[in-house]
Design a protein around this ligand. Structure first.
Ligand SMILES: C[S@@+](CC[C@H](N)C(=O)[O-])C[C@H]1O[C@@H](n2cnc3c(N)ncnc32)[C@H](O)[C@@H]1O
Length: 310
């Protein structure tokens, strides 16, 4: 595809990309970053889609358990808003990155230990280096509380919430206007953790490849009442911000599953790349436009794909 073309050809190819219809995404009146449910910061987090996803959840049957499943959950910004606001009865969170999974599991299964650590941890550079080294040197094959906590610490103290390869908020010399503690409001984080623990019975967590997760989900008895919200690493920019377990072949395999018709309800977000348009040309593709009170802000680089519901 694009990468096989020379640079000049690529420009011509991209210029020919058709303008897509626009999906206006309303602002969720009850939610903002100030009252986010997820304790994570996530680059490209999808909490801003919550009002749109709530509308889509109304396709599900309210007399049965409504499931919201995120195969690439990251910080699960949207899923937890839906759970908190009663638009989903159960959320299934999955991430292939064992560090992210460990952070979630530590929060969900050892909340008191997690909160105690939040309250005692220092917010200074020696501590930051300690957690960075743990996360960078990580090579385990199973859940580990300390890795989970360190991953979370990095998420809250590095620039843009990237867990590796990003500097600390405030710079290495801590001379910036904002310091390491700028995004680490201990009591607020503790409350978010305790809320998650109180809702543990409605949150399922797994650590598998997204394709296996979707395949398993479509075979479950409740697959007809499950909304899959799929937010894979970008085709173009993937790999830089977080763990990227998606090769081009896997992006293609994902589209094979979704376009086969065997997954009933799904919403997919991607970067607006030629490969994505090609793979989903038979589906409902649009450009996301976020509608805030005074102006509509088009997110030119991202597209939304949905099946053609009848
Ligand atoms: C774009 S982020 C998801 C952000 C999320 N929607 C949010 O609002 O926070 C992509 C996530 O997918 C995970 N990931 C990457 N490759 C994966 C794979 N093959 N299977 C499952 N998860 C994967 C990454 O660890 C990362 O957390």
């Amino acid at each position: 595809m694009t990468r096989e073309l020379s640079r000049g050809q690529q420009v011509v190819y991209e210029e020919k990309m058709l303008t897509l219809p626009i999906t206006e995404v309303p602002k969720d009146p009850n939610r903002s970053t100030q009252n986010a449910v997820s304790p994570f910061r996530y680059p490209g987090g999808k909490g801003f889609l919550s009002a749109f996803l709530k509308r889509r959840m109304s396709l599900l049957d309210t007399s049965a358990e409504r499931v919201f499943a995120e195969p690439f959950c990251g910080g699960a910004g949207a899923a937890l808003i839906l759970l908190a606001d009663g638009d989903a009865d159960v959320v299934r969170l999955n991430d292939a990155d064992l560090r992210i999974f460990s952070a979630w599991q530590a929060i969900l299964d050892e909340p008191e230990r997690f909160v105690a650590k939040l309250r005692e941890v220092r917010l200074d550079m020696p501590e930051w280096y300690h957690h960075r080294d743990l996360v960078a040197g990580f090579s385990d094959r199973e859940y580990d509380f300390d890795i989970g906590f360190s991953t979370f610490y990095m998420n809250r103290t590095t620039r843009s919430g990237i867990i590796l390869n990003a500097g600390p908020i405030g710079g290495y010399d801590q001379r910036g206007k904002w310091k390491l503690n700028a995004r680490f409001n201990v009591e607020r984080l503790a409350n978010q953790v305790l809320w998650l623990a109180a809702n543990r019975a409605r949150i399922e967590l797994s650590n598998m490849d997204a394709l296996s997760f979707i395949d398993r989900g479509r075979r479950r008895a409740d697959s007809g009442n499950t909304m899959f919200f799929i937010d894979p690493p970008y085709v173009k920019a993937g790999g830089r911000l977080y763990f990227d377990g998606m090769s081009e072949a896997k992006h293609v395999a994902l589209s094979d599953i979704l376009t086969s018709g065997s997954v009933k309800y799904w919403v997919l977000t991607y970067d607006d790349a030629p490969l994505v348009r090609q793979l989903y040309k038979s589906q409902n593709c649009s450009t996301i436009s976020v509608n805030y009170s005074l102006q509509s802000k088009r997110r030119e680089s991202e597209i939304l794909v949905e099946p053609n519901y009848r």
